[in-house]
Ligand binder design. Structure first.
Ligand code: ZN
Length: 497
């Protein structure tokens, strides 16, 4: 089904987009235990409450968005979850209409309590953006009064000048310190469990949503995610903790390093159009056959990432068993079949109460196109890119999506949202809830798809029709037009009838 057909078959919903906001329903939206109804959540950063006022933002979320859960950004140094609209993109029709570049910093927007960080060097992470403001202490009582649930979002995005960070950074292929924190490092793991415990013990919140969009060395080498560049010479992590973890699993460190050096040579030669005698794909596959350590080392990264999730889950449940832990499953899981093979929904379902599965369809077009261009410039360089896209669509069980040159402007269809939601539900087998992340105005390139109210209604409806347990409006409130938020709210209310 293409976008147009989908909207047509979603009878009456297009008309809903034009209807006025349903006022007075806010009080009817009360917090209820999980599974009893389809939950509608939204991600919001501290700056929105500061700019627009806590009560006013909550009014808007409840009345227009039919929101019952606020995913409040408590920790990140990134702009995906915190801050105003990212610089260079038009401001939405609410909030401050100027960039926050002067004061945006990031960190812990709540109050870090030192006793939870005894086992880590990462003790000083308080976000200075809004002075002494503690965003969880500010929003939580106001939200509770309205019956809204509050789940704190924490994200693995750091900056280099955070005290202690330099001691726990990853080490790359050449032995240089890299930019990300090593997830095998005991002090990094202690930070995540400490942070989750701190938030759950210090505040009467409803749970934690953990974000980590980082990839292992194989995917970084290939540039196999949406916004990544091909970085085969800088892959990580080869630090002492990784070497120890490898030894425990019987993986040969030297062979892994050699394998990644050969992979780097292969990628760099491909980018220079130096075709191997057997072609690009065969040469790549031969590398994996001769150096299975390449895959094994990439698995080490995934194992550490998911171990941190399991540890955060256990830490939160130690505070209170009823607290919810969610995990954000990034976009690459949708459009990269090789990445898909590294993710088992059944396994993830044992480590979280809910999965926020990214099914962003508007920005999905340009992201998917970028992935095709990246892998089409190395491993699949022998395949014309349009054919590669079609082939990939079959592998991914995508329906009738746009051609490569049109993909960014067309976006992916609501049918894509439907299929990816169904795949996730089939994968978890009812063992954890699936809350698709719905794309509402995620910044895209100048000529790329931008969300409209009709797009939003179609995506929300597709997710619900597929059987989702609810949804999470994404990426964050400070990027969304209120008309789109209201469209999502109308679709949620319509589906609840
Ligand atoms: Zn490491």
């Amino acid at each position: 089904m293409n976008r147009r057909d989908f909207i047509k078959t979603s009878a009456g919903l297009t008309a809903l987009a034009a209807a006025g906001p349903l006022a007075g329903l806010a009080s009817a939206v009360a917090a209820e235990p999980p599974r009893s109804r389809k939950t509608a959540g939204i991600k919001v950063g501290a700056v929105s409450f500061v700019d627009e006022g806590t009560e006013k933002v909550l009014d808007i979320l409840q009345e227009r968005g039919a929101i019952d859960t606020v995913y409040l950004t408590a920790f990140t140094y990134g702009r995906g979850l915190a801050g105003r609209q990212i610089p260079g993109h038009p401001f939405p029709d609410h909030g401050a209409q100027e960039t926050d570049e002067k004061f945006f910093h990031g960190g812990n927007y709540a109050t870090p309590h030192l006793k939870f960080y005894r086992e880590t060097v990462l003790k000083q992470t308080r976000a200075p953006d809004h002075g002494d403001l503690d965003i969880v202490a500010t929003v939580l009582p106001a939200a509770k009064k309205r019956g809204l649930r509050v789940i704190c979002s924490i994200e693995d995005v750091f900056r280099g000048d955070v005290p202690g960070v330099k001691e726990v950074l990853e080490v790359d292929l050449q032995g240089r310190r890299a930019g990300g924190l090593c997830l095998c490092h005991p002090e990094v793991r202690a930070f995540w469990t400490g942070l989750a415990t701190d938030l759950c013990e210090s505040y009467d919140i409803d749970g934690i949503l953990f974000f980590n969009e980082r990839n292992g060395p194989l995917f970084n080498a290939l540039g196999a995610s949406h916004s990544q560049s091909i970085a085969s010479s800088r892959v990580t992590c080869f630090c002492e903790h990784h070497q120890r973890a490898a030894k425990e699993r019987g993986i040969d460190f030297e062979r892994a390093r050699q394998g990644y050096q050969k992979l780097d040579q292969f990628i760099q030669a491909a980018l220079k159009d130096q075709r191997p005698g057997d072609g690009y794909f065969v040469e790549f596959w031969r590398l994996l056959v001769e150096y299975p350590e390449i895959i094994a080392w990439d698995r080490l990264f995934d194992a550490a990432k998911h171990q941190v999730l399991a540890e955060v889950n256990a830490a939160v449940k130690r505070v209170r068993t009823g607290l919810q832990v969610g995990f954000h499953l990034e976009h690459v899981n949708s459009f990269n079949p090789i990445f898909r093979a590294t993710r088992s929904y059944a396994d993830l379902a044992t480590k979280a109460d809910f999965l926020k599965v990214v099914v962003y369809n508007n920005c999905g077009g340009e992201r998917y196109a970028n992935f095709i261009r990246n892998v089409g410039s190395t491993v699949f360089r022998d395949v014309p890119k349009e054919e590669l896209l079609r082939f990939n669509n079959h592998l991914l069980n995508y329906g009738d999506e746009a051609k490569l040159e049109d993909l960014a402007t067309a976006g992916l269809s609501p049918d894509y949202v439907f299929r990816e939601t169904q795949r996730a539900l089939a994968g978890v087998q009812g063992k954890c809830r699936i809350l698709p992340g719905i794309d509402i105005g995620i910044p895209t390139g100048k000529n790329s798809r931008k969300a409209s109210p009709e797009d939003t209604i179609a995506a929300v409806t597709a997710a619900i029709k597929a059987g989702a347990d609810g949804l999470i409006l994404s990426r964050k409130y400070s990027e969304m037009q209120l008309t789109n938020l209201a469209a999502a709210g109308r679709a949620v209310r319509e589906a609840a009838k």
